[in-house]
Design a protein around this ligand. Structure first.
Ligand code: GCO
Ligand code: MG
Length: 404
C-alpha cells in the first residue's frame, strides 16, 4: 500500500479546524487533527509545503518509521507547529492502519482496559450564583466531574469565564484581534477558596471538582493556593505555573497535597522529564493533536505509569472531533487512564465531522467503526472557510503583559 494523496482542509464551522486527509492507492483514507488555536495557518504551511511532498509514495503501515523520519529528519525539533503537523500524520496513519485491519483503533492499542471513559465538563460563571447554575447545567447533561472557573471581583474578563457562550458554543476566542483580558493574582488567590466553598456547600463532598489556574502563578503562590484548597479536596489544580521551568514544581509540591495536572502546551516527553521522574505531578495533560500524535502520547503514558501518574488528555473545543476521537481510543486502551476533558462541539461542527464516539452519563466511548471513526464532509467544510482568529492576551492592572 502507498500514500497517493495528502490534502489539508481548513474549515471554520464556528471556530477554525485544520485536518490532514491521507489517501492510499487502495482507496483508504485517514484523518489527522492539526489545529493549533490562533496559529492555524502556520501548521497548514508546514504540512502542505514541507510534509505532504515527503509522504507521497510512503507505505502508510510504517507509522513509527514515518514519525521518526518527520521528527528527526526535520533537524529542527519540537515546538507546537512541528508537533501538530507530525501529530496529524501520525493519527491519519493509525486511522488507515485500523481501517485496513477492519478494527476500531483502540483494538490496535491493546484493546479496551475499561468499559467507558470518564470525562469532566466546564462550568463557569461571572459570579458564584452564575457558576452554581452552570455546575447544575453540566450535571443535568450527565457530567460526573466538573471544572469550575469563576469571575474575580474587580476584574472585567478572566480566563474560562467571559468567553463562553450561554449555550457553550464555539464563539470562544474567535477574535480578529486578540481580546485583552485583565488579571490580578492577589484578587484571584483571595477569591478562589470561597468559590470552592460555595460549590462544595451546594453540591456536596462527592462531586469531583477541577480548577485551571492557566499558567498564572509563581511557585509560591501556587503552593499557597493548593494548600488553601486542600479542605475542599479538589480533583486537581491545573497548570498552576508556566511549567517551562519544571524545577519550579518542586516548591509547589513541597507545599501542598492538592493533586497537580500539567502539560496542555507541552509537545514532547522532554517537557515532562523532571516532572515525571521526581513525581512532581499527578496527571499528564497533553493533547494527541499537540504532542505528535498517538505514537508518542502512548509512550508518555507508559513512562508516566512507572511513577503512578495518570493520563488526562486535553480536550477543549479547539481540539477537533478528529483529535477527540483519537484521544478517546487511547483513553479506552491505556491502563493508567485518569480522566478526559470533554467540552463537546457545536451541532454544525459535528455535521462537518461525523463521528462514531458517543457521550452518555458523563462518559465517552469511541464506538466500533473501523479506524478512529470520523468522516469529514468536505463540501460542508468548504462552505465554512477559515476566519482569522486569535486567543486573548492578559494584562495586569498596571498595563504589563501577563501569562494568559
Ligand atoms: C483547557 C485549556 C484550554 C486552552 C485552549 C487554548 O484546560 O481546556 O486551558 O481552555 O485555553 O485550548 O486554545
Ligand atoms: Mg487548561
Amino acid at each position: 500500500m502507498k500514500i497517493v494523496d495528502a490534502k489539508v482542509v481548513v474549515t471554520s464551522p464556528g471556530r477554525n479546524f485544520v485536518t490532514l486527509k491521507l489517501t492510499t492507492d487502495d482507496g483508504l483514507t485517514g484523518l489527522g487533527d492539526a489545529t493549533l488555536n490562533g496559529r492555524e495557518l502556520a501548521v497548514v504551511s508546514y504540512l502542505t509545503d514541507h510534509v505532504a511532498p515527503l509522504l507521497l509514495g510512503l507505505d502508510p503501515h510504517r507509522i513509527e518509521d514515518t514519525w521518526q523520519y518527520l521528527y528527526r529528519g526535520a533537524y529542527w525539533r519540537r515546538g507546537p507547529v512541528t508537533m501538530a503537523a507530525i501529530a496529524a500524520v501520525d493519527v491519519a496513519l493509525w486511522d488507515i492502519k485500523a481501517k485496513a485491519a477492519g478494527l476500531p483503533l483502540y483494538q490496535l492499542l491493546g484493546g479496551a482496559s475499561r468499559d467507558r471513559v470518564r470525562t469532566y465538563g466546564h462550568a463557569n460563571g461571572r459570579d458564584i450564583p452564575e457558576l452554581l447554575d452552570s455546575v447544575r447545567a453540566r450535571l443535568d447533561e450527565g457530567y460526573q466531574a466538573v471544572r469550575i472557573q469563576s469571575g474575580i471581583p474587580g476584574l472585567k474578563a478572566v480566563y474560562g469565564v467571559h468567553s463562553t457562550d450561554d449555550d457553550g458554543s464555539a464563539v470562544l476566542h474567535q477574535q480578529a484581534r486578540p481580546l485583552v483580558e485583565d488579571w490580578d493574582t492577589d484578587a484571584y488567590l483571595r477569591h478562589i477558596p470561597a468559590v470552592f466553598d460555595a460549590v462544595r456547600s451546594e453540591f456536596g463532598a462527592d462531586l469531583p471538582l477541577l480548577h485551571d489556574a492557566h499558567h498564572r502563578l509563581t511557585p509560591v503562590q501556587a503552593g499557597r493556593l493548593g494548600r488553601d484548597l486542600e479542605p475542599y479536596r479538589p480533583f486537581w489544580l491545573e497548570d498552576c505555573t508556566p511549567a517551562e521551568n519544571q524545577e519550579a514544581l518542586r516548591l509547589v509540591r513541597a507545599n501542598t497535597t492538592t493533586p497537580l495536572a500539567i502539560g496542555e502546551v507541552f509537545n514532547t516527553v522532554y517537557d515532562y522529564q523532571t516532572l515525571i521522574t521526581e513525581q512532581l505531578i499527578d496527571y499528564v495533560r497533553s493533547a494527541v493533536t499537540h504532542f505528535g500524535g498517538v505514537t508518542p502520547l502512548r509512550k508518555l503514558f507508559d513512562f508516566a505509569a512507572q511513577y503512578q501518574i495518570k493520563s488526562a488528555i486535553h480536550g477543549p473545543e479547539d481540539i477537533s472531533p478528529v483529535g477527540m476521537a483519537a484521544a478517546v481510543h487511547l483513553d479506552l486502551a491505556v491502563h493508567n487512564f485518569g480522566i478526559q476533558e470533554y467540552s463537546g462541539h457545536t451541532a454544525l461542527t459535528n455535521e462537518v465531522f461525523r463521528h462514531a464516539y458517543t457521550f452518555a452519563d458523563g462518559h465517552l466511548h469511541p464506538g466500533e467503526a473501523p479506524g478512529i471513526g470520523v468522516e469529514l464532509d468536505e463540501e460542508m467544510a468548504a462552505a465554512h472557510p477559515y476566519e482569522a482568529a486569535y486567543l486573548p492576551v492578559n494584562r495586569l492592572q498596571d498595563g504589563s503583559v501577563h501569562d494568559w
